[in-house]
Design a protein around this ligand. Structure first.
Ligand SMILES: [Zn+2]
Length: 308
């Protein structure tokens, strides 16, 4: 339903005109660099694959709006009746606040939902021609003293919409609260909150991670923490980051407190001292324990309840 809540069209236009930098360049989500899903409700296949005939027509979705704080959903397709994933977004917000002990931010997060892949790709090619083709992006706009930093997610109604939103909204929620997030931790947390309710994908990811460790130099949090450039974050690094986060949040309660303290520091300090030495101080054999965890952990059969 159009105009139910949310920003005025003029306000949205103003926001869009202020796009100064695209964090997606640096947070290119490797897990999304997959074959694009082919399901797009209501559109024939040829409509999804043809090149745009009129590039000027590309614009952000604005036809249907729904606000579930802090999210403002702007969609090409109807949001009434309310899709179940909207409730999932609210639960994700609460889960992140609870599990990571982060206060919910009041900063709005704009979620643009294109009706199909063709219009999404057309818009992204026009607006961000330098970006690779991926199903979803998290974007942080440049700062202004008046409007502050704008956080937005752009994606389309694919058959992986809910899972993609969990990943990208995790980025958005973290950046709405923290001054900065190290690359490995940003992706590790996004993967963590994306994967927990998807045991099949979890199992596949776990098998790939074990293969990485068997073929490569083995796990090293210190090495992940040294990564500053996105090109050094390849798929194995995404997977390893994910497992380190899960190890700390679910594998070792003592280390969870260290991670939570680190996240708390990021609220006021964008460049805290590395995490690995803090883990070593708390648990000198944490590396060996991680290796055992990686070998023994199993995919959850059902969605995991929040840890105590
Ligand atoms: Zn990501």
């Amino acid at each position: 339903m159009k105009g139910r809540v949310g920003l005025s069209k003029a306000a949205r236009t103003r926001l869009v005109s202020l796009w100064l930098f695209c964090l997606a360049m640096f947070l290119g989500c490797q897990n999304l660099d997959l074959t694009l899903a082919t399901h797009a409700p209501g559109l024939p296949e040829q409509a999804r694959s043809k090149e745009p005939s009129n590039q000027v027509a590309a614009q952000l979705p604005s036809l249907h709006e729904k606000r579930v704080a802090p999210f403002i959903f702007l969609s090409d397709l109807p949001l009434n009746p309310e899709p179940k994933w909207i409730q999932g977004c609210s639960q994700l917000r609460d889960q992140i606040a609870r599990d990571l002990r982060l206060q919910n931010s009041q900063r709005p997060i704009l979620v643009y939902l294109f009706g199909d892949r063709a219009s999404y790709d057309q818009y992204m090619r026009l607006r961000y021609p330098e970006l690779p083709s991926r199903r979803a992006f998290f974007v942080a706009q440049g700062r202004s003293k008046v409007l502050g930093e704008d956080l937005m997610v752009l994606t389309w109604w694919s058959d992986r919409l809910e899972q993609d939103l969990r990943h990208e909204l995790t980025h958005a929620l973290l950046h709405s609260t923290l001054m900065d997030v190290p690359l490995w931790l940003d992706e590790g947390l996004a993967e963590y909150f994306e994967m927990e309710d998807y045991p099949v994908e979890f199992g596949e990811r776990l098998a790939q991670t074990r293969e990485d460790f068997a073929k490569g130099p083995g796990p090293s949090l210190e090495r992940l923490e040294e990564i500053r450039e996105i090109h050094r974050m390849q798929r194995p690094e995404y997977r390893e980051s994910w497992l380190w986060v899960r190890f700390m949040l679910q594998g070792q309660p003592e280390l969870k407190s260290v991670l939570l303290e680190y996240l708390a520091e990021l609220r006021s300090n964008p460049r805290p001292a590395p995490l690995a030495p803090k883990l070593a101080k708390k648990m000198p054999d944490y590396g060996a324990r991680f290796s055992r965890y990686a070998a023994e952990v199993a995919a959850p059969r059902t969605p995991v309840p929040p840890p105590p």
